[in-house]
Ligand binder design. Structure first.
Ligand code: I3S
Length: 125
């Protein structure tokens, strides 16, 4: 069964452009800095990339931010969190909070579904 869950998590893969900002770290609010980011979900880890073409010497793609989704939570952000529409709130196990947003509703709904499923499966793995 454990293998099955791992198999499923690995199959939950997705990539696309999203807007994201960090909002807090260790319970301390940080100043928002909304940036457009190439976002990749792979093997239960979410990575944000400034430029999908930025690679290191060995040609590996280097993410700007790496978020382990194990123990994380995802929900729709309440109106007081942002004036933008279609905003998700992602809280990591080590108390870092991000907002993730995209104007096209279907795109953000898809991300919400796949992130929710991933987090759920990681709890059981
Ligand atoms: O929640 P806040 O602090 O009102 O967020 C807005 C500000 O960060 C603003 O920049 P300044 O730090 O220069 O005030 C941003 O430009 C806005 O995008 C932020 O709010 P939204 O509602 O867009 O998340």
């Amino acid at each position: 069964l454990k293998h099955l869950h791992r198999y499923q998590v690995q199959n939950l893969e997705k990539a696309g452009i999203l807007n994201k900002t960090k909002v807090s770290e260790n319970g301390k609010k940080v100043r928002k800095n909304w940036t457009q980011t190439w976002t990749v979900l792979h093997g239960g880890v979410l990575t944000f990339h400034k430029d999908p073409k930025s690679t290191n010497k060995t040609n590996q793609i280097v993410p700007e931010v790496t978020v382990d989704l194990k123990g994380a939570t995802i929900c729709w952000a309440t109106k007081d969190k942002s004036s933008k529409k279609n905003v998700l709130e992602l809280k990591t196990k080590n108390a870092v909070e991000f907002l993730i947003q995209y104007d096209t509703e279907s795109i953000i709904v898809d991300w919400h579904r796949v992130l929710t499923d991933t987090i759920r499966q990681l709890v059981r793995s």
